[in-house]
Design a protein around this ligand. Structure first.
Ligand code: NDP
Length: 514
């Protein structure tokens, strides 16, 4: 991409903090560079929130939460504000998608899907806002006993760089629908769409303090929000290591957390699968989002009987996937988000070969255009063992580890033999087998004859080291409360947490047919 294009796109960017409905530089004056990973150009210098800014944002979110400007807004009106934000985002979808591509490096084609899903998420939770009902409880005695769903309070949403806007909306849309207020801490690589979203929220009519954006470092701003006594809940998506740190840090103020963490998801292809569709699914599973997808199908299990035939087709198709300029609408594989991420991915590729896996496609940094940018070839390893590093650790790049298996028992045993439990997939024409295997997989989501489908109406979240709590579908982030009226009508609030994430998981069946 020409240097001027990025500069022009960046010219109208918001780069200050958004606190209490106003834009301002950091109290310290500090800024950090945001780089276009496809060109290595600095596209913006964004304010890095200082301790004073964090206190101010929490105070603004708290005052808004407790004040009439937000408390006095009816549930239906909260929904209307979210609908309005969705409409405004839809009107600016092209510009927002470009911006997402500029700081993340993902193909424009994918950014458009992300923005579309963000619009859907806003609308989905707009619809929930006035449907959060409590229930009456048939207790023993002369009591009228009922539950109320109350907003939790100030929610800090801490998000990663892989789906910057979309994942943020999984947190801020339900939180606002429930009547919480939000402080959004975007990842340092990708703060631009969060800031652009603040502009939309302001225009939609959210009162000052309802939605704040605080860019800045994870160990400074993120950590301070987690420890802050004025924050009631942390909704986090990111690495398992940081999720563990957040659990420890949140203990100090006993705040609730939901953790959407990493994954090493198995994609199991049985010999009776529709091979062409399964090859396509395996590719989508690992190369969509450059493999920087928490639910990426990074462990491909292929039944031994069809292994050679399957791999031949997969390698043939992989050779056609070429990294390219992410702004080109035809590109399907973009640049990795940063130089450290690219180096990490290339390091794993070296390790794969060193441990004896057979590299059958890709494996190197890719040259696109003038040779700038953090591109990596789509990479496939064969003859991987499930105990090799590339099969155990999350690589977060376009690197597939293929493992052969003998039968259902072998597939299930190997698939579950991993610390993570975010997603999984099963490919077979035998629908009974598909559902039996799906139930035995330790994963929050199991796709059947498909991969990488997401919808606001289907819950998402993991088990084991992939975290806990569910997003999408479930009750809006931050509902709580159980109330009881005594016979004289006084309301006593016990404030007991509602069950969230009680559903074991979601299965998506048979959308290869589409
Ligand atoms: P990180 O965990 O490093 O960062 C995620 C966010 O947390 C960033 O905003 C980061 O800020 C912030 N952060 C870092 N340290 C702290 C801290 N001590 N306290 C509070 N916040 C902190 O993850 P990545 O950004 O590298 O994202 C990739 C990871 O996210 C992968 O492991 C992936 O699996 C996971 N992920 C999980 C998903 C899921 O739904 N389960 C979805 C998408 C990604 P900063 O950027 O400034 O460091």
């Amino acid at each position: 991409m020409a240097a001027g294009t990025a500069a022009a796109a960046a010219a109208s960017l918001r780069t200050d903090l958004f606190i209490n409905g106003a834009w301002r530089p950091a109290a310290s004056g500090e800024r950090f560079p945001v780089v276009n990973p496809a060109t290595e150009e600095v596209i913006a210098e964004v304010a890095a929130a200082a301790p004073q800014d964090i206190d101010d944002a929490v105070a603004a979110a708290r005052a808004c939460f407790e004040g009439d400007a937000w408390r006095g807004v009816s549930a239906r009106k909260r929904g209307a504000l979210l609908y309005r934000a969705a409409d405004l985002l839809e009107q600016r979808a092209d510009a927002m998608a470009r911006l997402e591509t500029l700081h993340n490096g993902k193909p424009l084609f994918e950014s458009k899907i992300d923005v579309g899903m963000t619009v859907e998420t806003l609308r989905y939770y707009a619809g929930w806002a006035d449907k959060l009902t409590g229930s009456t409880l048939p207790v023993d005695g002369p009591f009228f006993t009922y539950t109320l769903r109350e907003p939790t309070g100030v929610v800090a949403a801490i998000v990663p760089w892989n789906f910057p806007l979309n994942l943020a909306s999984w947190k801020f849309a339900p939180a606002l629908a429930a009547g919480c207020t939000v402080i959004l801490k975007p990842a340092s690589e990708t703060p631009l769409t969060a800031l652009a979203m603040a502009e939309i929220m302001q225009e939609a009519g959210f009162p000052p303090g309802a939605f704040n954006v605080l860019p800045g470092g994870g160990s400074s701003v993120g950590s301070a929000l987690v420890k802050h006594a004025g924050v009631d809940k942390i909704a986090f998506t990111g690495s398992t290591a940081v999720g563990q740190q957040i659990m420890r840090d949140a203990a100090g103020t006993v705040k609730r957390v939901t953790l959407e963490l990493g994954g090493k998801s198995p994609n199991i292809i049985f010999a009776d699968a529709d091979l062409k569709a399964a090859v396509r699914g395996a590719q989508t599973g690992i190369f969509y989002g450059k493999g920087e997808v928490c639910a990426a199908g990074s462990r491909l299990f292929v039944e031994r009987k069809i292994h050679d035939q399957f791999m031949e087709k997969l390698i043939e198709r992989t050779a056609k996937v070429r990294p390219g300029d992410p702004l080109d609408p035809k590109t399907r594989l973009g640049a990795l988000v940063s130089e450290p991420q690219m180096k990490k991915v290339l390091g794993y590729i070296e390790k794969g070969s060193a441990e004896g896996a057979r590299l059958v496609a890709g494996g190197k940094r890719a040259k696109v255009g003038e040779g700038k940018g953090y591109f990596v070839e789509p990479t496939v390893f064969d003859d991987v063992r499930n105990d090799m590093t590339i099969a155990r650790e999350e690589i977060f790049g376009p690197v597939l580890a293929t493992i052969a298996f003998d039968d259902v028992e072998d597939a299930v045993r190997q698939a579950n033999d991993n610390p993570y439990g975010l997603a999984a997939a099963v490919g077979t024409r035998d629908i009974g087998k598909a559902h039996r295997v799906a139930r035995r997989l330790a994963a929050g989501t199991v796709w059947i004859n498909t991969y990488n489908n997401y919808d606001p109406a289907a819950a998402f979240g993991g088990c084991k080291m992939s975290g806990f709590g569910r997003e999408l579908r479930t009750l809006p982030t931050g509902c709580r409360g159980i109330g009881r009226t005594c016979p004289d009508g006084r309301l006593v609030l016990y404030l007991v947490e509602f069950l969230r994430g009680g559903n074991r998981g979601v299965a998506w069946a048979n959308s290869f047919a589409r």
